[in-house]
Design a protein around this ligand. Sequence first.
Ligand SMILES: [Zn+2]
Length: 366
Amino acid sequence: MSGEARTGVLRTRSGKVRTPFFMPVATFASGRSIGSEEYHADGVQAVISNAFLLSLRPGVEIIEELGGVGKFMGFDRAVFSDSGGFQASRKSLFSGTSRRGVHFRSPFDGKRVVMTPRRVVEVQERLGSDVAMVIDDMAPADAPREQFMKSLHNTHRWAKECKDAHTDSKQLLFAIVQGGYDAKLRRESAEYLTSLGFDGYGVGGCAIGEPKVDMYRAVKNSTPFLPQEKVRYLMGVGSPPDIVHAVSLGVDCFDSIFPTRNARHNMIFTFQGSYQLEKSRYAKDRGPLEEECDCLTCQHHSRAYVRHLSLVNEVAGERLRQVHNVRFMTRLMERIRSSITEGSFKKFRQEFLHDWFQGKIPKLYK
Ligand SMILES: [Zn+2]
């Protein structure tokens, strides 16, 4: 322990995951331009796929027959599956909630699909993920308090229904705390879900466009009321300074498209902050994307080369940038874990934020 920051182990049927950890997203059982091999090489311990979308394509029958989602995608470490609740923030897929569950529109044929708690659990059990998420009702960031309360009631009722329907004793089941940015509702949610007894707890309803000060209010009013010995998962958060800050508030697990999406837009992460690779100053740069990085890109290629591929829009260039940014995330988590073990996390946090923001740390992180 170092302040609220903790390090430990999450045991899954695919093996141990050392916490805190970051999960790249594998929505359709892959990243967009990198996949299982790159994730293995980058030292990724766990990824998160989307149960709702996988249930549409290729369908649970196929994945079940082929040995489960991990085997299907050739990833031999932990695979989480998201219930789909987070997709409520994607207007193209989401068509509303009712007492029964979350209503979606298939992105493939426009068909309406209702994900009920029972269906969500069945799909995830058949996908064979290591960690399944309950389905939750996530109100938009700017919703009035009454809507947050209504969503909270659905979230709690569905969590109980998911727990009752869950039969696979080898699959872990995580609940999701909601309650918007209201201290009382967050505490009520964390305490109620804890009373039901889950294998881990997501903090949901964050990173959906709310001001960061609200996001941290939600986290600070959730984590103290969750059991010490269970994983706390801040869903959808993946910016390096936010991860470092949230770890100091007792969070153990993160997922986001942030590092790979930024790589697509030529933003390269380093321990000295991020930079835009397309700048002309890198045109003849023989150095790697980041000194001291051991990723496949940095071992084999120069900034000048990766920049060139960016400028001519080669998919191979996107792959090289994503390999680096994902490895940056796993190196960041390794440093976080070792500094907690050594009792120097506070110092690490300060130095990391100082370097990332070039000495101008925003008030939020102080
Ligand atoms: Zn690298």
